[in-house]
Structures are given as C-alpha cells and as structure tokens.
Design a protein around this ligand. Structure first.
Ligand code: ACO
Length: 330
C-alpha cells in the first residue's frame, strides 16, 4: 500500500524533576527575578541532575509519543534524534533504539541546534514521501545545562533541559502542508558551543589536538535581531508553499527561546496573542526540545485539536532557521 502523505499521529514529552526558579539564580550570579522575567518571560527551568541522561529523557518522551500514536516500538522504521547535547558524540539515537526495543528501526542523530526539531520534521517527511519508511519517531532533546557557564549571567538564565517527541506516519492525505528551511554560516559566531583543543605532542614532531568543548557563548542582541527578522519571513515562505494565509492558522508554535521574540514575531505576522503557544515561563529555552515539548503540552491540554493548522518555526545556532505548516492528527 502506497500512502505517501504524512500525518503527525502522537506526541510525548519528558523533563527532569529538578526545578530552578529565577530567584535561586541570584545565589549564583548578579541578577534578579525581575530582570529575567521582563527580558525573557522565563520564571523557572528544569535541570538534569548527574544521574539523568539525554538518552533517558529522550526515551521517556519517545515512549509517550509511541503510546499516543497507538503503535508499538517494533513498528518503528526510523528514529531521528535532534540534539546538540548527545550523551556520546558518536550519537545517542542508537541507545534510544535499544532502550525502546525498536529492533527494526534505523536510528541516527541530527544536529541543527534550536532548529533541530523543524529540520528533523522535514527530514522525516522525505522518507515517508518517497515511500521508504512508514513509521518514524522524531525526538528533540537537549541538556544544555551541561554546557552552560553557570558564572555567565548573560546565558545561564536562559536555558533548561527536556525532551519532546512526535510520531510521523504514512497517511493518505498529506498533513505537512508546507515548509521552508534556511542556513547562514556567515553568522555562525553569534551562537556557539565551540570545540576547544589542547595541543598534545604524542611523539616528537607529531601534534594532535586533545578536545573538549567551551561553554555556550552568545551575542544576544544579534540573535534577537536575527530571530525577529528571519522568523516571520520564513513562516511567510512556508505559508506560501502551503497556499495558506496567516489568518488561516490556528496556532503559532515557535521555538521557545524568549517571550519577547515570540511577541515580536506574532506582532509582525499579525497573529493574535490567543493563538500563540508559550510555555517557556516554566521550562526556559530547551533548544531542540522546545517545540515538541510545547506541542505535547498544548495537545494534552486540549488546545491543539485534530485538524488544527499549526505554523511552527525553529531558529538558532548555525545560524539555522526553518518553518513548517502542518495539520495535527490524521
Ligand atoms: N541579569 C541582570 N543583568 C543582566 C543579565 C542578567 N541575567 N544578563 C545581562 N545583564 C546585563 C548586561 O550585563 C547589561 O549590563 P550593562 O549594560 O551594564 O553591560 C544589561 O543587562 C543589558 O544587557 P544586554 O545583553 O544588552 O541585554 P538585552 O536587553 O539584549 O537582553 C537577552 C539580553 C534577553 C539575552 C536578549 O538579547 C535576547 O532576548 N536575545 C535573544 C537571544 C536568545 O533568546 N537566545 C536564546 C538562545 S538562542 C536561540 O534559542 C535562538
């Protein structure tokens, strides 16, 4: 049977148990609840403790998505893990495959920072549209707390940890209505979790670089400028591809970076506030996890209903940005 359309049939999410409120951050850096709340909208975030793992959070989110789609792990053909913070640089998707018992599934990681979920959605869709795979688990998960400089008040107040997942299935009608993706490496230096090496002479005359990674660095003003300009543009492009106008969307589901970015994008697109999904007050910026985490909450709260049209957009390091317009459910 050849159904080459895509439906997003289930969602799930998982966050670590530990919460850190803005007020607690004042014990660490010179900041205030008032500064963080007014500049970002964030009030608290969840933090992975040393016993948590990226693959554990991702597996928990994946299991819930599989259950809500009404399939079993054995049905999965592909597991795509969007992350910048794998437990293992060789990738964490295979570990998740094993933890799920998804014996048939091919599994690999995809890195596009905060755009990872949208890039993953479009990647997964291509496998279904070409008839290669029928059941795909897409997970967005990140533990950025591992890579934050907890002495840097410009960045440490922004991020949180979590995982979200969706199941994509082959379907008669195609529910991915349009998409657009972009990258611009000339602006790469605005947001980095950069490799750092210590030169080591292993034998006389032969030098190698012994590696680790530096904490996250960010030019906040430039990233804000980039997001406020490029996100409305890319959503317009995706809407054009979907042959829809902005007033036809039921929900605007942006990467949960910062409330001011959400507000600026919604205003530029003339999307009313009641259509904007926002849960960053409770989770901060969870990078690749933020869109599926907010999607899953909105579905479970009964906000996003079957057939609702969702405009989603991810944006971040790379720089990368993208948008996808989809209709929820079969
Ligand atoms: N608490 C108190 N003061 C602070 C803090 C803090 N946590 N952080 C910075 N400040 C100070 C600065 O030191 C500066 O003080 P100074 O003028 O004495 O030097 C002052 O506040 C203003 O700093 P700016 O960096 O200019 O603050 P800005 O108004 O730009 O707000 C913010 C910073 C919130 C990060 C903003 O630039 C922004 O929203 N950027 C978007 C970036 C973003 O959301 N990144 C998320 C990750 S990327 C992604 O997901 C796409």
């Amino acid at each position: 049977m050849q159904n080459l359309g895509i439906a997003i049939t289930g969602s799930g999410s998982a966050v670590p148990a530990t919460s850190l409120h803005n007020q607690q951050l004042t014990q660490l850096v010179e900041t205030s609840d008032e500064w963080i709340t007014t500049r970002t909208g964030i009030r608290q975030r969840r933090l992975a403790d040393p016993t948590d793992s990226l693959s554990g959070l991702a597996t928990a989110a994946g299991l819930k998505a599989i259950a809500s789609a009404g399939i079993t792990p054995a049905d999965l053909d592909l597991i795509l893990l969007a992350t910048s913070t794998p437990d293992d640089l060789f990738g964490s998707a295979c570990k998740i495959q094993a933890q799920l018992g998804a014996t048939k599934a091919v599994a690999f990681d995809l890195t596009a920072a905060c755009s990872g979920f949208v890039f993953g959605l479009v990647t997964a869709a291509q496998y279904i549209r070409t008839g290669v795979y029928r059941h795909i688990l897409l997970i967005g998960a990140d533990i950025l707390s591992r890579w934050v400089d907890w002495q840097d008040r410009r960045t440490c107040v922004l991020f949180g940890d979590g995982a979200g997942a969706v199941v994509l299935q082959a379907n008669d009608s195609d529910r991915l209505l349009g998409f657009a993706l972009k990258s611009d490496g000339t602006q790469n230096h605005y947001l980095n979790l950069a490799y750092q090496d210590t030169p080591q002479e292993i034998i006389p005359g032969v030098n190698v670089a012994q590696g680790t990674y530096q904490p996250i660095t960010m030019n906040g003003k430039e990233v804000y400028r980039f997001a406020a300009q490029k996100v409305p543009e890319i959503i317009d492009k995706a809407l054009f591809a979907a042959n829809l106008t902005v007033d036809q969307i039921d929900w605007l589901l942006l990467h949960q970076a910062n409330q001011r970015i959400l507000d600026a994008v919604a205003q530029r697109l003339s999307v009313p506030e009641h259509k904007v999904i926002s849960n960053l007050a409770n989770y901060g910026n969870t990078s690749a996890a933020s869109i599926p985490l907010a999607l899953d909450e909105a579905v479970r709260q009964g906000k996003i209903k079957p057939n609702d049209i969702v405009a989603t957009s991810g944006f971040g390091a790379g720089l990368t940005w993208g948008a996808a317009i989809f209709q929820w459910g079969r």
